[in-house]
Design a protein around this ligand. Sequence first.
Ligand SMILES: Cc1cc2nc3c(=O)[nH]c(=O)nc-3n(C[C@H](O)[C@H](O)[C@H](O)COP(=O)(O)OP(=O)(O)OC[C@H]3O[C@@H](n4cnc5c(N)ncnc54)[C@H](O)[C@@H]3O)c2cc1C
Length: 411
Amino acid sequence: MNHFPPSRDVALARLADFLPNAGSKYARDRNVDAPANDRPNVSMLSPYLRHRAISEREVLQSVLARFSPSTCEKFVQEVFWRAYFKGWLEHRPYVWHAYNRDVQELSAELTANEELKARVQAATSGSTGIDVFDSWAQELLDYGYLHNHARMWFASIWVFTLRLPWQLGADWFLQHLLDGDPASNTCSWRWVAGLHTKGKTYCARPDNIRRYAPRFFQGDEPAGLERLATQAEPISENPDLLSEPRAQPHWPQAPADIDRSRCALLLHGDDLGSGAIERYATVGALSPSPLSPHGESTQVRRFRRALTQDALDSVNPQQAHSRIVQDGETITGWLRETGVSEIVIPYSPVGPTAARISSLTEDLAAEGIEVIIDTRHYDRLAWPYAKAGFFKLGKKIPELLDALSMSRSNG
Ligand SMILES: Cc1cc2nc3c(=O)[nH]c(=O)nc-3n(C[C@H](O)[C@H](O)[C@H](O)COP(=O)(O)OP(=O)(O)OC[C@H]3O[C@@H](n4cnc5c(N)ncnc54)[C@H](O)[C@@H]3O)c2cc1C
């Protein structure tokens, strides 16, 4: 069954359905890993939010229109966790690059190390004999989604019980999650392993799983819980990594007086929306970039492609020649047909799409096409507070919300 039809309308309908639960019920029940087909306690909006088929600002506005800030505080904070992780990685792009190098090296090791390969295969095919873990593996393969608590338990068991490299688990998630996100995924796996908050690990405990995933305890006790690690010593990594100086990211903004009717807009998998989409001469979308060197599941590929097409389908028919484009050459051809020589691209945070956009920008400049990168107001407000722990951003949320309600339409 498809739990995530690839459309903005579905995301909006899901938000409307979830709204009554976003207040005190969310604060009380959000940690419960309920059965996959019955999860009113969480929004299940992440596959849409991750690609910005619906924006954080839209979600926050709806929730705050219904509840007082204190009643929906927990939900609002969770929404800001996405901005936090993105902002954190913006300041430390080398963490993403190091992770990618590790994935490449470990993948090469897998071909030579039969024993490691067999253990990874057991974990990713749901045949470790730890029933809860195996069910989550199967659920991820089937639906492309796991509840947050299940992700934490899964990652913890992967790292501390199965003793597998966290990078391979993170990579497997990126191949199968419909919401796969370089920042949330990498930082969350690092957090579980004790690398994000130095020395603080997350240890999955049977009593915690019993309490928050009662669906596994209806009949016989699930097998394998006695095997769970009781200690979670932080994983070590090259100490030089985090002592690298923080990057000084630049988050450009389109000039206020830009004449959008003479520009193209290029959407992409990090941002499939724009407050002013109907004002552009033409709208295109970059074909989605796989997040893992091993590609992505068929389910993820179809979802991302269809969500991209859905964004283009909302374009007014009078906006000329909207289409999905692959590279500098096809973009140049598209713009020539349309007769525009300026293109606006929403800012893409650290990850494969950003890398593609950066090389595209050079190719397009060589063809005389001016590229204007536009960072959302929401991101420019939140990211500067994401240099260390979440706390610093968390305490700014009331101020950020004030600033957002006064902001321009390009949220
Ligand atoms: C090991 C691990 C890997 C993860 N990988 C990803 C990933 O690749 N992509 C991804 O989007 N999320 C990831 N998360 C975060 C989180 O699990 C999901 O965002 C959340 O489960 C989405 O479900 P929901 O929309 O029902 O969330 P809700 O509980 O309804 O929360 C609302 C929104 O808040 C944001 N949010 C909530 N919790 C988190 C969180 N912990 N971190 C960041 N944003 C959050 C999401 O945008 C979410 O849609 C990961 C968490 C862990 C522990």
